[in-house]
Design a protein around this ligand. Structure first.
Ligand SMILES: [Zn+2]
Length: 318
């Protein structure tokens, strides 16, 4: 059965289930040196009137997807992750590096990171798809592992190992610690002095703590509402490593409420005057990516792989 017939084809690829794909030798050989190496032997099986035939052990739908990725057409969409795994297996076998990159892009932009984060994580780990791994990490770490059915922990794609989850969780905590440091080091750069600061400065001058002629800055006397925001945000980062949202307005409102007696300008400061500070802070926190840095090994992960109880193959939760 002929599935694809390209005009001017000079090579036939035959699947294990008897489907023929009539393609161009130069394009296929450019995509895979392994297939090119299969040619001379197969050329002898050329019939008088037909193209040389290469018989591959993959099924027709896998070869069909491979050809769609090799030719400059709109890349196909995977119907399932199992389907993607079958194609990736062939890609690795035939060393099709260009197709591999195209598949990474296709998976990153697909719905799978949100709909099947755990299976996609396993796939990305098995086939060393680093870009997919970065994309899926946040959803993977956020998954509720206690409520997962067994078929998710061990699927057609592969098995989730205990170290997969512990390493990701440990990474999420390290990441939250980085964000906490950014928060603690962040400073206000404003000339604006609010009423709580004026009051504190006057008090310190009247009691002699501050020299009457000294001109303090906003760093010397930060607004109480601002300090309260920092404390609340830090608490949240220490408590919640994954789904923290320190920029939601409700957190700033709580800070103003708690400090309303000390700072009558708190609401105005946190909701409007300090907006540039919050924009800069948010940008800095978002720049802390979700992907493992090169060679990342958490202490938790190291302890686990050293443990005699775990031989790197123990299944999660089993
Ligand atoms: Zn204030």
């Amino acid at each position: 059965m002929i599935c694809i017939r390209m005009p001017d084809s000079d090579l036939t690829i035959r699947s294990i289930d008897g489907q023929d794909f009539e393609v161009h030798r130069s394009i296929i050989c450019f995509a895979s040196a392994v297939i090119e190496g299969m040619l001379p032997r197969n050329l002898r099986s050329t019939t008088l009137f037909g193209n040389p035939i290469i018989q591959l052990p993959e099924r027709g739908h896998v070869i069909n997807t491979l050809i769609q990725f090799i030719y400059p057409t709109i890349p196909p969409k995977f119907t399932s992750l199992f389907n993607a795994a079958e194609v990736l297996e062939a890609v690795d076998c035939y060393e099709m590096y260009g197709v591999r990159a195209a598949i990474q892009d296709s998976l990153r932009l697909s719905q799978f990171p949100t709909t099947e984060p755990i299976a996609l994580y396993i796939l990305a780990r098995n086939y060393r798809l680093d870009l997919v791994m970065s994309r899926v990490m946040k959803d993977f770490v956020s998954a509720d592992f206690q409520r997962l059915p067994d078929n998710v922990l061990s699927s057609d794609i592969g098995r989730l190992r205990s170290d997969d989850y512990l390493r990701a969780l440990s990474y999420a905590r390290d990441r939250a610690r980085k964000c906490l440091k950014i928060l603690r080091d962040s400073k206000l750069h404003y000339k604006h002095i609010c009423r709580c600061q004026t009051r504190a400065i006057e008090f310190d001058k009247s009691t002699g703590i501050l020299h009457p002629k000294f001109q303090p800055t906003i760093q010397d006397y930060p607004c109480y509402a601002f300090l309260r925001f920092k404390a609340l945000a830090a608490e949240q980062l220490q408590r919640e490593a994954i789904d923290f949202d320190i920029f939601k307005p409700s957190l700033r409102l709580s800070a103003c409420e708690e400090e309303q007696y000390r700072c009558p300008d708190g609401l105005l400061n946190l909701m409007r005057n300090f907006s540039q500070y919050f924009t800069d802070l948010q940008r800095a926190v978002e720049a802390v990516g979700w992907e493992y840095p090169e060679g990342y090994k958490s202490q938790l992960y190291i302890d686990l792989i050293k443990s005699p109880m775990d031989d790197d193959g123990e299944d999660f939760g089993l």
